[in-house]
Design a protein around this ligand. Structure first.
Ligand code: SF4
Length: 253
């Protein structure tokens, strides 16, 4: 396959960026999207005219989300429920032009080319996305009965890999799907109850402090999420926040 690529190049956080055009021959349809970028970088290194393109990745198995970029305007690209690293070139046609850009959000500043700083998500988790109480030794399996429906809801929320595609897809650059999933995974389990009030207040406070926008129910986040995280988790987050705010009288809602 012969591909035309339009790729966002930006030397650093404070440099202006622009789309640059590249052409690549002999792309195998069996290649993954990241292998194709590797081949382009080898070509750029051999030619010695331009620096290779910086992009992030880690597992290449669709379980870390680090690879996320916007492909033809869609976070993670055109294949549904597929992280960029699992996208294959057979998804495209010979001669296609593919536009590749980094996540766009003020809270995810560009570090270089396609690499963005997603540490805002880490700070939201640090604000309360954990169980911090001393729970002692691990209990015997099944000693705390948890209903199947609640266990499933928690399990599906916990599938969020923190890639940030939801933010990149949202017209408001809202992190509500990510934060909703992280709050919901504990809200449905007894282990999450003792710190539920503090968790909801702190995580939402931190989300706002990081500069993410508010959710206005567009649903774009769920559509692009590689793990199919449901916007039901945003409703759970709102319920948890309302309960916490009424309990503490601490919020203006
Ligand atoms: S909710 Fe989906 S898109 Fe958003 S960070 Fe989690 S896995 Fe990525």
């Amino acid at each position: 396959m012969r591909m035309k690529l339009r790729i966002w190049r930006q030397k650093g956080p404070d440099s202006p960026g622009a789309l640059h055009d590249y052409e690549l021959d002999n792309v195998s349809s069996h290649m993954s999207f990241l292998e194709m970028l590797d081949v382009l970088n080898e070509k750029l290194i051999k030619e010695g005219k331009e620096e290779p393109i910086e992009y992030d990745y880690d597992c290449r198995e669709g379980i870390c989300g680090t690879c996320g970029v916007v492909v033809d305007g869609v976070p993670h690209g055109p294949a549904r429920r597929t992280a960029t690293c699992q996208l294959h070139m057979r998804t495209f046609r010979d001669g296609d032009t593919i536009t590749i850009e980094p996540w766009r959000s003020e809270a995810f500043p560009v570090i270089k080319d396609l690499v963005v700083d997603r540490s805002a998500f880490d700070r939201i988790i640090q604000a309360g996305g954990y169980v911090g109480v001393n729970t002692g030794c691990a209990q015997d399996a099944n000693s705390i009965p948890i209903g199947k429906e609640e266990a499933d809801k928690s399990f599906f929320a916990a599938a969020c890999i923190g890639c940030g595609a939801c933010v990149a897809a949202c017209p408001n650059a809202s992190a509500a799907l990510f934060v909703g999933a992280k709050i919901a995974q504990y809200a449905h389990l007894p282990q999450g109850k003792p710190e539920a009030t503090r968790r909801a207040l702190r995580m939402i406070e931190q989300m706002d402090a990081e500069g993410f926008g508010n959710c206005s129910n567009h649903g774009e986040c769920e559509a692009v999420c590689p793990k199919g995280i449901s916007i039901e988790n945003i409703a759970t987050m709102r319920r948890e926040y309302l309960k916490a705010a009424l309990k503490t009288g601490s919020a203006t809602i």
